[in-house]
Structures are given as C-alpha cells and as structure tokens.
Design a protein around this ligand. Structure first.
Ligand SMILES: [Zn+2]
Length: 284
C-alpha cells in the first residue's frame, strides 16, 4: 500500500495562526521565503525519490511561477489550496466558487497542467459547509483532502469518516481525510505541527494502523516548517508562537526518516487506484 505525501504551499506569514496579527494587505511587503523553502522540500523529495502533491495557494502561484514550474518538472502533482487561505466555513458557496476558480487559473497558468485536487485551508470543510463538495464536483475536481476527522481547537469534524469516501451520491468526487491515529477511542492528528512537536514514532504508528486497514495514509506539512531562519512574529499569541516556532531545525531530518520508512506517492495516483470508495453520509 502506498501512502499520500502532501505539502501545503504557503508562506510563513499566511498561516491560520497569524491571521489576526498579520493583515493580508501587508503580505506583498513581507520578506517571502516560500520559493527557497519549497526548493528545500523539493530537494528532500529528490533525495528520497518520493513524488508528492503540492497543494498550493493561487496567491503564491501568481507571484512565483518559476517554483511552480519546478514542482511540475520534478514529477510532482500540482493541486489547489485556494486563493489566499480564506477558510471555507467563512465563505458563501458563491465566494467559495470564485475563490477556487481564481486559484485554479493562477495554478494552471504557472504550472501548465490541469488541477484536479483541492485541500481546504486549515481543513475547513466541516459540518458548517454541507455545500462545499458539490461546488468542487461542479467545478470539475476529482478529489478533495479537506477534512480533519478529529476534534482540534482550530479545526476538525470528529463525526466525519476516517477513510476515503464519496461525499455525494451523484458524483465520483472522492474526499480523502487527513490521517488521524486512533488511540483508546480518541482520534489524534499526525501531520504538520503535530509531527514536528511529537516523536515521529506516533506518526509511524498511525501509518501502520491505516496500512493494516488497507487504506492510504495522508501526511502533510508546510515549507515554512523546515525554515528555522524565518522572521519571528513577536506580537502573535504565545500559544501560536510556541506551535509555529518549535523544533523547526529538526524537521528536515525527521522528514527524511519518515520518507524512508514508508512508501509514498502523489494524491492523484493514490485516489486513482482506490477501489470501491463507499458513499459516506456525514451527519451535519
Ligand atoms: Zn494552509
């Protein structure tokens, strides 16, 4: 069984944790590190021979098309992370449709490939957005990886299925939730900041658990997580700073180990290989 390796491509100042302290209007004035950090991620993948999916903001693609081309040229999947990280549950269906259309056109212009995958910013498809998958299907997406089926302070839909499902009866669109570990009846996160802060053995345990259920695991992280030299946002809440800045220096080494210990691939290839994906109804 091959598992899905994914990267959410956004700059250090575009993360959800800083949205209240960094105004979007200031983004163009901040020192961007997304290009160099994405190149660092590409180098890690090249070392281990892993192909992955890069869920990328349209905002980033419009400004840094060269790195978008490098992602595609190196055999990875280019997919959408929306335009500028607005969370889906803050939008109307019309606003969401416009957001993903704008992102897709920037990504397709930069990458020269068709975009068929989507990941909501901060896993923000949940019980508040029962229309979101229908909009994605209508816009021609084949899959989404936009649900975190757990309880978390910033996100999560604990009642959602843990594994790949079809959220719509009249469409083949597949939702592949991000991987959680189940431990004593509780679901725990395994990617991103969780992987950075906790022992890698916890994520390994989750991947083996998912593997035993004959399902693909979905791992994710961000380019800024391998960048200890990024500017510090001193006025963000302490909790956000602790999460964002801890163990950045150790991340690349931890990722190297994770890339070696399991078999990884692109989301589109993994979704294409799924058999009999069940229709999953989620109680809103
Ligand atoms: Zn994101």
């Amino acid at each position: 069984m091959r598992h899905a390796m994914s990267v959410d491509v956004e700059d250090w100042f575009q993360v959800g944790a800083f949205e209240k302290v960094i105004d979007k209007a200031a983004w163009p004035t901040l020192a961007s590190r997304v290009e160099r950090n994405t190149d660092g991620v590409l180098a890690l993948f090249a070392e281990s021979g892993v192909k992955a999916t890069f869920f990328t903001l349209g905002w980033v693609a419009a400004r840094y098309p060269a790195v978008i081309r490098r992602i595609v040229e190196q055999g990875h999947e280019l997919a959408s992370h929306g335009w500028d990280h607005d969370r889906v549950f803050t939008m109307t269906p019309e606003h969401f449709r416009a957001d993903i259309a704008r992102a897709r056109s920037a990504l397709e212009d930069a990458g020269g490939v068709a975009i068929t995958g989507y990941r909501a910013p901060s896993f923000s498809i949940d019980a508040r957005t029962p229309w979101a998958h229908a909009v994605l299907a209508d816009e021609g997406y084949r899959y989404s990886s936009s649900i975190a089926p757990l309880r978390h302070d910033h996100y999560g839909w604990p009642e959602a299925p843990r594994y790949a499902f079809r959220p719509l009866v009249d469409s083949m669109l597949v939702e592949v939730p991000v991987t959680v570990a189940e431990w004593g009846g509780r679901r725990m996160a395994t990617g991103g900041g969780f992987f950075r802060l906790f022992p890698a053995a916890v994520t390994d345990y989750a991947v083996r658990q998912v593997d035993a259920a004959r399902q693909p695991a979905v791992f994710y992280f961000h380019p800024w997580e391998i960048d200890p030299g990024q500017p510090r946002v001193d006025h963000a809440p302490l909790r956000s700073r602790l999460r964002h800045y801890s163990r950045l220096g150790a991340m690349a080494g931890k990722l190297r180990g994770l890339l070696e210990r399991h078999e990884w691939g692109r989301m589109d290839h993994i979704v294409g290989g799924l058999e009999r994906v069940p229709v999953g109804m989620v109680a809103a």
